[in-house]
Write a protein that binds this ligand. Structure first.
Ligand code: BDR
Ligand code: CA
Length: 317
């Protein structure tokens, strides 16, 4: 039986690949997609999520979540994702009705017969709000797989110590890590190993359908000044690595550790602080360290090619 998932996201170039990967994969059933402000404002991320759901033929509901962090000013990343969040790639505007995001999260978790995995690939504002407003419902979540944070030398991209998703709303992230639901953290130390360029997706690039065209554009327009990534090396696929870890857990190796989020630091606001000595508390998080990059690239290539073939066949039907 497919694992029920909800994707909480700020699409977002790498978010788009993650959502495509989920849509292409029989291991999961997407119950809903909930947008949050992050890479660009909610007035972009929510319509982007809806437009992507249309492209992929997803019938699940799409939610419009938080427009700003819990208590801080919003921070965006148009230098990485473009002003429209998709590096300038335009999808047809969706005419779906968007549901309020946090109530949608609560409803989907309550209505699911099986415990839900939440794949959180944007700032954690919606998830923290769910925990505050619907704590009993939030406790029913089986696991939250977070793309966020970092370990060892790969701590930050928004600042030297903070990864973007955590940096945008460190207060929300601190609540989520402290809440007590099992967490997998797929941080920069893992995602910086997951470099993917068009050359790693040969079957998809040859396929030439709507998913292939969008992915080719997204890979070509994605840039991240914080790292020495080029078209030759490929770009770090942060969000789809987190999704891939749900589909095929052997893609990452993890260590069970205590993680907290610094939200008052002088230079460390938004840093995921990992206790390797076991002094601050019981482990609350499976932190990803190792990545089987070839397995990840092969999964993306195979699944997105199958998806593209389905979309081409559907368009012709
Ligand atoms: C994360 O930040 C966003 O820019 C990406 O979509 C990803 O979720 C990487 O730090
Ligand atoms: Ca994201």
């Amino acid at each position: 039986m497919p694992r029920p998932i909800i994707i909480d996201t700020d699409p977002g170039i790498d978010d788009a690949l993650a959502i495509m990967l989920a849509a292409a994969s029989p291991e999961v059933e997407i119950l809903g997609i909930v947008a949050v402000a992050g890479n660009v404002g909610i007035e972009r991320t929510a319509p982007n999520a809806a437009a992507l759901a249309d492209l992929l033929g997803l019938e699940c509901p799409v939610g419009r979540g938080a427009a700003a962090p819990l208590w801080r000013e919003a921070t965006y990343a148009p230098q990485v994702h473009g002003e429209n969040g998709f590096g300038g790639y335009e999808l047809p505007v969706s005419n779906r009705t968007l549901e309020p995001g946090v109530p949608l999260l609560a409803r989907l978790i309550e209505e699911s017969a099986e415990p839900v995995t939440v794949v959180a690939i944007g700032p954690l504002t919606n998830i923290a709000m769910l925990m505050v407003e619907h704590p009993k419902t939030a406790r029913r979540i089986e696991r939250i797989v977070i793309m966020g944070g970092g370990a060892l030398r790969d701590q930050g991209n928004a600042t030297p110590t903070a990864e973007f998703n955590i940096f945008v709303d460190p207060d929300a992230a601190a609540k989520v890590f402290a809440f007590g639901v099992p967490i997998t953290m797929v941080g920069l130390n893992a995602t910086h190993q997951a470099l993917v360029g068009a050359q790693h997706l040969p079957d998809l690039m040859a396929s030439g359908g709507p998913a292939a065209r969008m992915v080719a554009h997204l890979l070509g327009s994605y840039s991240d000044d914080a790292n020495a990534e080029t078209a030759e090396t490929g770009m770090a696929q942060h969000d789809s690595l987190a999704l891939a870890a749900v589909l095929d857990p052997a893609i990452i190796t993890t260590e069970h550790l205590f993680v907290d989020v610094e939200n008052t630091g002088r230079r460390t606001t938004g840093m995921t602080v990992i206790d390797y000595l076991g002094r601050w508390g019981a482990p609350n998080c499976d932190v990803a360290f190792g990545v089987d990059v070839e397995r990840f690239r092969a999964l993306l290539n195979t699944r997105l090619t199958e998806l593209d073939a389905r979309l081409v066949a559907g368009a012709g039907a």
